[in-house]
Design a protein around this ligand. Structure first.
Ligand code: URA
Length: 317
């Protein structure tokens, strides 16, 4: 019961990070959730991976709202906190997950041209002991790919199962969709740069599913992402989903994807455009959402002076 509940919580967290702001929960599911919540007194894994804040997948208010649009994974900071159990969170192999060190890695880019600096950075990341320690058996550390002279730098969240096997970002289902989007822009994967907030696949207590990285994991890997941005010096950053936004910009729990997508922010004088994560499109493939993402991509194209044909202007209309 406990691990299936953890899977539900992770799934809800994942949806939230992709930009989902509500899910439909029917009466019978609510009843099941209530029963299972009553059957355990703490959820160590989710709590300890969220800066110690308690998690409540279905808030009190939404648990009362029958069969309605229910707000996702709400911090229930008003409620009295029950003491979390002290056992360390386990990965899917039953081993405790090694805590992330407090001090992030120091990145020193060598003198030299862009390629030499990028090569040195890649070498450092692929050999980083913390990244290596958090790998699933047989998995690889995942570093950014694409052109180091790219105008557009796409930033995702973290590798999934396919990416950790192949050692390359965005090669699974979400990656195939991102590749199609890039092609629809008249580009190829080799013309852009694709990176992630995290360089390894976040460990899970169950063999299936993904979870968003914790703030500690993100803080550890961010110097590596920032260094990639420094080397590539893109004209625009495209943040795919909320994890990318919160990693690249100052974390703000009040941001809602629906409100910030299609908007420009700034990171060290580089414009940063926010859009939905491709996984969100895979889950909610409505024409309306596809069009919104496409409008965001046209904004990115405009920003880097890429031509936009009439045919492209009319996609998904
Ligand atoms: N999702 C991401 O955010 N990054 C990947 O590399 C793959 C899926």
């Amino acid at each position: 019961m406990r691990s299936s509940l953890e899977s539900v919580i992770n799934e809800l967290k994942q949806l939230k990070q992709e930009g989902v702001e509500g899910v439909y929960i029917g009466d019978s599911t609510l009843e099941d959730l209530r029963k299972s919540l009553g059957s355990i007194d703490s959820i160590d894994y989710a709590r300890e991976h969220d800066s110690g804040k308690p998690w409540d997948p279905v808030s009190e208010k939404s648990a009362q709202s029958k069969g309605s649009l229910t707000e996702l994974v709400k911090d229930n900071t008003d409620k009295p906190k029950s003491q979390p159990t002290k056992s360390p969170p386990l990965n899917q192999h039953g081993k405790p997950i090694t805590p992330i060190p407090d001090s992030p890695p120091v990145v020193v880019l060598p003198e030299g041209d862009k390629q030499e600096r990028w090569n040195a950075l890649r070498e450092q990341v692929l050999n980083d002991p913390v990244c290596l320690e958090h790998l699933n058996p047989g998995a690889q550390v995942v570093f950014g790919v694409g052109s180091i002279d790219a105008d557009i730098f796409f930033c995702g969240e973290a590798p999934g199962g396919d990416e950790e096997k192949q050692g390359e970002p965005f090669v699974g289902r979400a990656g195939e969709l991102l590749t199609k989007i890039i092609q629809a822009m008249g580009l190829s994967r080799q013309d852009v740069y694709i990176g992630n907030i995290l360089n390894w696949r976040p460990e899970m207590p169950t063999p299936v599913g993904n979870r968003p990285p914790t703030p500690e994991e993100m803080a550890y890997c961010l110097p590596y992402l920032r260094a990639q941005i420094e080397v590539v010096q893109p004209k625009i950053l495209v943040a795919l989903g909320m994890t990318a936004v919160n990693g690249l910009l100052e974390h703000n729990p009040n941001r809602k994807m629906g409100a910030i997508r299609g908007k420009f922010f700034e990171l060290n004088n580089t414009p940063l455009l926010v859009t939905y994560h491709p996984s969100y499109l895979l889950r909610y493939a409505s024409l309306k959402i596809k069009r919104l993402v496409w409008e965001d991509m046209m904004l990115a194209m405009e920003n880097v002076s890429l031509p936009i044909s009439d045919k492209q202007k009319n996609y998904f209309l």
